[in-house]
Design a protein around this ligand. Structure first.
Ligand SMILES: [Zn+2]
Length: 350
């Protein structure tokens, strides 16, 4: 039975965003649900409490000018980093602790206290770029973590899988010219932030080490898992990742108000099952999962439960009804997978 860590801190609720879709209720309902389901009492689950990460670590992926801009804005009581991205008085400190949560999630796997881990952090991170906060994200938790692992642990091949419904443009930017991090991202095509087309495959030495799967509106579990299973295992098999990091956003759920995908909570569990299979074969099951988006308060806890259920072998999955893709969408996904394979042929065998 796999041992799983859950990383959480009550200060994650102190990043005040009001009625913004990315608000503290997302974590309140999730933690309440996990407690109600007895997840935190399971012998194979350990709860870890993170520290704030030092600014020097954040600076591995962000300019000091930007870091100071966020700190100043908070000192003045808050403001907006872009039209979507709220910061309040304590957001800087909370964002440092979100990075700390990411670091702790990976550290507990490195020291073998757990096999895998899930950091229930906010603010999310995958849209944050070197010099800017974007799309509800302040610091790019997963990119900072990957840079930390490359530098401090001497790793050479980290696989980041991003299944948030939005493209992780910030994470892609951070590693676009690097073969040391393979960024594999599935997203709804045509929504924020507008990047993530399948021809975006990296540059210079990083060519072939960015994989984008821009899925059509209405993609359901079956089509999504088809695309994931056709592309991820063969690439991972050839890349030989030493560690897998996951940007887990739950906004591809059919009930999410910001997107138009048709993934169910069971589907979110199956996505994780596929990732765990790859991890078991390639890197002793080492997977650190970081929360990104997901805005329907009924759906997030159930999807997260199903993900943890696969990670920690809880033996139960929560079902939900889900709209199915129409024939046209299913065929479009098949064509897309063929196009991606053709585009990546110089780099990977399928
Ligand atoms: Zn998202």
């Amino acid at each position: 039975m796999a041992k799983s860590g859950i990383v959480y801190h009550p200060d994650y609720l102190r990043h005040e965003t009001g009625n913004h879709p990315e608000n503290k209720k997302r974590l309140i309902v999730t933690m309440d649900f996990l407690k109600q389901k007895g997840v935190l009492d399971k012998p194979q689950i350990k709860l870890f409490s993170p520290e704030k990460t030092p600014v020097e670590v954040v600076a591995m992926n962000h300019s000091m000018q930007y870091i100071e801009q966020v700190e100043d804005m908070c000192r003045r009581g808050g403001g907006m980093l872009d039209p979507d991205t709220v910061v309040s008085a304590e957001s800087f400190e909370v964002a440092l602790r979100a990075v700390g949560g990411a670091l702790l999630a990976a550290e507990k796997i490195r020291t073998r206290e757990v096999d895998n881990s899930f950091a229930l952090v906010r603010p999310p991170g995958h849209h944050a770029t070197y010099g800017h906060g974007h799309g509800f994200c302040i610091f790019n938790n997963i990119a900072i973590l990957a840079k930390y692992m490359l530098k401090n642990w001497g790793l050479k091949r980290i696989l980041i899988i991003d299944f948030d419904a939005h493209h992780g443009n910030g994470t892609q930017d951070s590693f676009y010219d690097s073969p040391n991090v393979l960024y594999f991202s599935l997203q709804q095509w045509g929504i924020y932030p507008g990047s993530g087309w399948y021809q975006e495959i990296g540059e210079k030495e990083g060519k072939g080490y960015t994989v984008n799967v821009p899925l059509p509106w209405g993609t359901d579990d079956e089509s999504y898992l088809f695309a994931l299973q056709e592309l991820l295992p063969p690439i991972a098999d050839q890349y030989h990742p030493e560690f897998i990091l996951v940007s887990a956003g739950f906004d591809a759920h059919y009930s999410d108000m910001l997107t138009n995908m048709s993934i169910s909570s069971v589907g979110h569990g199956k996505i994780m099952e596929t990732i765990l299979d790859v991890a078991k074969q390639k890197c002793n099951g080492k997977v650190a999962v970081l929360l990104e988006g997901g805005y329907n308060l009924n759906a997030i806890p159930r999807s997260i439960y199903n993900v943890i259920s696969h990670m920690a072998d809880l033996g139960e999955l929560l079902d939900d009804e889900q709209p199915k893709s129409d024939q046209r969408t299913r065929e479009e996904v098949k064509r897309l997978v063929d196009e991606i394979k053709k585009t990546l042929k110089p780099y990977w065998k399928f």
